[in-house]
Ligand binder design. Structure first.
Ligand SMILES: C[S@@+](CC[C@H](N)C(=O)[O-])C[C@H]1O[C@@H](n2cnc3c(N)ncnc32)[C@H](O)[C@@H]1O
Length: 212
C-alpha cells in the first residue's frame, strides 16, 4: 500500500465516521428528515443507515420493523447505541446496498437519506432496492445531487474527484431523479430544491418513488 493510500485508509477508518456523524446531525438536516421519513410504513429497509439519525423519525404505530443496512461497522455500532430508546424492532445488517441480504418483495418501504451519493454501484443498488420492494411498495428518498444551473453543475463536476476522496466516495453531481427513472421507478412525489449549505452540495432531491 502506498503512503497516500495508507493515510487515506486511516482517514476513512478513524476520521471520516466522525465527520459523517457531525455533518448528518444538524438541526437543518433533522428538519429535512422530518419531511420524508415519517411516511415510512410496514417493513422498512433503510440503506446506509449510518449512525441511525433517522430512527427517531419513524412512527411506531405505522412501522412494523426496520432493517438498517450499512457497510461501516463503526457507524453501525453508533446506531446500535440508539436502539434501546426506539419502540420499533430494528435489525442492523452489515453490508452494501448493491447486494441487499433480504428476499425478493420482502419490504414495504425503502428509505435512503444522503446515501445514494456515496454508493459506488448506484445502478446496482437501485436494482436491488426494486428487487426487495413488494409490488406497490415505496422508496422514500432525501438525497443531494446535481444542481440545475449549468455553472454550478460544472463546478460540481470539477470538484467531484477531490470531494470523493475526502467525503468517503460521495458524488456531488448525481442526477437523482434520472437515476430513479432509469432504474424502473416512477417518481410519485419529487421536490428538487436548494436546502442545505453551499449550492455545490445543497441541491436536494426529496420524495417518493414506486416501482413502475
Ligand atoms: C453521508 S452518510 C449518511 C448516513 C445516513 N443515511 C444519514 O442520513 O444520516 C452516507 C452513508 O452511506 C453509507 N454507504 C456507503 N456506501 C454504501 C453502500 N455501498 N451501501 C450502503 N450504504 C453505503 C455510509 O457508510 C454512510 O453511512
Amino acid at each position: 500500500m502506498s503512503p497516500f493510500h495508507r493515510l487515506l485508509h486511516l482517514y476513512n477508518e478513524h476520521v471520516l465516521p466522525h465527520v459523517i456523524v457531525r455533518a448528518c446531525s444538524t438541526p437543518e438536516i433533522a428538519r429535512e428528515r422530518a419531511q420524508v421519513v415519517p411516511a415510512a410504513e410496514g417493513r422498512v429497509l433503510e440503506i446506509g443507515i449510518g449512525a441511525g439519525h433517522n430512527l427517531d423519525h419513524y412512527r411506531p404505530g405505522q412501522v412494523q420493523r426496520i432493517w438498517g443496512l450499512d457497510p461501516s461497522p463503526t457507524l453501525l455500532a453508533w446506531a446500535q447505541e440508539r436502539l434501546p430508546r426506539i419502540r420499533i424492532p430494528v435489525e442492523l445488517l452489515e453490508g452494501s446496498a448493491e447486494a441487499i441480504p433480504l428476499d425478493d418483495a420482502s419490504v414495504d418501504t425503502v428509505v435512503t437519506t444522503f446515501t445514494l451519493c456515496s454508493v459506488p454501484g448506484v445502478q446496482g443498488a437501485l436494482a436491488e432496492m426494486r428487487r426487495v420492494l413488494r409490488p406497490g411498495g415505496q422508496v422514500l428518498f432525501l438525497e443531494h445531487g446535481a444542481a440545475p444551473e449549468p455553472w454550478i453543475r460544472r463546478l460540481q463536476d470539477r470538484l467531484n474527484p477531490a470531494w470523493q476522496i475526502v467525503a468517503g466516495g460521495c458524488h456531488l453531481n448525481r442526477p437523482m431523479d434520472r437515476l430513479f427513472r432509469e432504474a424502473g421507478f416512477r417518481l410519485a412525489e419529487l421536490r428538487a430544491e436548494y436546502g442545505l449549505g453551499p449550492r455545490v452540495v445543497g441541491f436536494l432531491y426529496k420524495g417518493k418513488a414506486r416501482p413502475r
